[in-house]
Design a protein around this ligand. Structure first.
Ligand SMILES: Nc1ncnc2c1ncn2[C@@H]1O[C@H](COP(=O)(O)OP(=O)(O)OP(=O)(O)O)[C@@H](O)[C@H]1O
Length: 315
């Protein structure tokens, strides 16, 4: 489905051949501003190739890609201003101090003097790097290297950030920190991130695309998993009174009592951003004490396995 607002990334029927090897086959998708989109696929499925084409480092064999309205082939300078790439291994100059490195990268992005200082200070603040600015990059932990790599990508305030396996090689604490960080970027930036780890991408992305052997099997696996939006509701009230209160909320399809225990219900509804808030205010308006109202994540694993087991049926 195409997003309602003007997309910031558009790929139309993109194919890439490396000599006789086809790495990406007829891939089309679009991404709306502020989305966090996950690109999930096993090793060798073509994720990095798509990223290199989006960022203007590789030219598609056929098809068209535009980022923030700039065509990747005709206006690669415009594209490079609008998009930043954080490769998997967070390459840094190990002998450089973090502050020095960020200033160096700001210069490469055309930022100088006061503008460069302001951009570096803001990125250091946002990525919590102020206390390591004087350390050389070689002394940093894997988690801090990843932060520095994301900080350099934020210099110049790009519309789109592309992150290749951003949590690979991190310990569990660092994974959580980087995950929170990526979620905090949503809204101000559009994020496209690759992973071959399903539970990881599921926790971060608001939309998941699945790639296998260069073929895009779905551009919204979460929606395929559950056409409806499902919420879990805990409240001190009867099913009848909850149904009566929710009657006035547009998009609520059904409410059933959960089998396990009293006071817990499942709500099926349209996937509408304000739905939970509307439902909550209707319940509160009806004097119903709500203990919990949370979105249930659909079973992405099942969709992934179905699609990747039968690519010819789904492609
Ligand atoms: N420069 C290249 N020359 C020839 N073949 C390549 C080149 N780069 C990638 N490939 C091949 O293209 C296919 C897609 O590779 P790509 O690196 O895009 O996949 P990926 O999903 O990013 O994998 P990974 O998760 O391992 O990084 C693979 O079969 C790979 O071997």
């Amino acid at each position: 489905m195409l997003p309602a607002v003007s997309p910031v990334v558009v790929a139309e029927r993109v194919t890439k051949w490396y000599g006789p090897r086809r790495a990406v086959a007829d891939v089309s998708f679009s991404i709306a501003p502020g989305e966090i989109v996950g690109l999930l696929g096993p090793n060798g499925s073509g994720k990095s190739t798509i990223f290199r084409m989006l960022t203007g480092y590789l030219v598609p064999t056929s098809g068209r890609i535009a980022v923030a309205g700039h065509d990747v082939v005709e206006d690669s300078i415009g594209v490079r201003r609008a998009i930043s790439y954080v490769p998997e291994d967070a390459p840094l100059y190990d002998h450089m101090r973090v502050g020095e490195f960020l200033h160096f990268m700001a210069g490469l992005k055309g930022l100088h003097g006061a503008k460069a200082r302001a951009a570096v200070d803001e990125a250091a603040e946002r990525l919590d790097l102020v206390r390591v600015m004087k350390l050389t990059a070689g002394k940093l932990s894997r988690g801090f290297r990843q932060r520095v790599s994301i900080a350099q990508a934020l210099l110049g305030n790009p519309d789109v950030l592309v992150l290749d396996e951003p949590t690979s090689g991190l310990d569990p604490h660092q994974v959580i920190a980087v995950r929170d960080l990526i979620q905090s970027l949503a809204g101000r930036h559009t994020v496209l991130m690759a992973s071959h780890i399903l539970p990881e991408i599921e926790k971060i992305a608001s939309r998941v695309m699945i790639l296998l052997d260069g073929v895009l099997l779905t551009s919204d696996a979460l929606k395929d998993a559950a056409p409806d939006f499902r919420l879990r509701l805990s409240a001190d009230a009867s099913l009848e009174s909850i149904r009566a209160a929710a009657d006035a909320v547009a998009g609520v399809h059904d409410i059933v009592a959960a089998a396990d225990e009293g006071g817990r219900f499942l709500v099926a509804a349209d996937r509408r951003p304000a739905l939970a808030a509307d439902l909550l205010s209707a319940l509160v308006g009806a004097q119903i004490a709500v203990r919990e109202l949370t979105e249930l994540r659909p079973d992405l694993e099942r969709v992934f396995l179905d699609l990747t087991r039968q690519p010819e049926a789904a492609a």
